[in-house]
Write a protein that binds this ligand. Structure first.
Ligand SMILES: [Fe+2]
Ligand SMILES: [Fe+2]
Length: 210
């Protein structure tokens, strides 16, 4: 199953994911890679803009903005699922490291590019400010687990709360914000390209610091 998903990846995605894998030192690189490709394909079929993006190129840079964000959401969701299933401490640590890296970069890309674009295009005074407040709490939850030893029930509880908080936020973005983004005059492909570039920069910065 995993192997099939991985087969379809592009060289560009492969390079990029390897970079992340190196950074977070996780064993889950293949899973993440597979999930990313599978999800990218699924999401590009979700809207007109994203369909066009899927046809024009298989490069992640050609993904529409919401397809890129949905792909990130899916990866993190799978990492949380995997955390719940494992009892191996070293695996838990590696998964938490990947989760924190994914969430931190994702939130930064949203805050720097996607949210401001949404705020302006929709003249939004509710969804975006609320999402920024949610991100602030997420950052506190991340800080409480990043780099810590997964040493029992208390740590597992923190990951559970982080997971539930993320899932709730993802639902709000995907059900409320993304449909409005797609209905707006925003060029989702252009926005997606900007976000993909920024994400690459942030991944590279993080890899350099590691
Ligand atoms: Fe968000
Ligand atoms: Fe998000």
């Amino acid at each position: 199953m995993r192997k099939e998903k991985v087969k379809g990846r592009t060289e560009e995605t492969k390079g990029k994911v390897k970079q992340v894998a190196g950074k977070v030192g996780g064993n889950g690189a293949m899973e993440r890679e597979g999930a990313s490709q599978k999800n990218a394909g699924k999401n590009q079929a979700a809207s007109g803009d994203e369909k066009k993006a899927a046809k024009s190129s298989s490069s992640p840079k050609a993904q529409g903005a919401t397809a890129l964000l949905r792909a990130d959401h899916k990866i993190v969701n799978e990492l949380f699922d995997e955390y719940e299933k494992t009892n191996i401490k070293s695996r838990k640590k590696s998964l938490v490291s990947q989760i924190c890296a994914e969430l931190t970069i994702h939130a930064q890309v949203e805050e720097e590019i996607f949210y401001p674009a949404m705020k302006e295009a929709l003249k939004d005074k509710g969804l975006v400010p609320e999402a920024i407040v949610v991100h602030a709490t997420l950052k506190d939850l991340i800080a409480a687990v990043e780099g810590a030893e997964p040493d029992g029930e208390n740590f597992d509880a923190k990951i559970k709360v982080l997971s539930e908080y993320v899932k709730h936020h993802v639902k709000e973005e995907q059900n409320e914000m993304f449909p409005r983004a797609r209905d707006s005059k925003l060029d989702m492909k252009e926005l997606g390209a900007q976000m993909a570039s920024r994400k690459e920069e942030l991944l590279a910065e993080r890899a350099r610091r590691a």
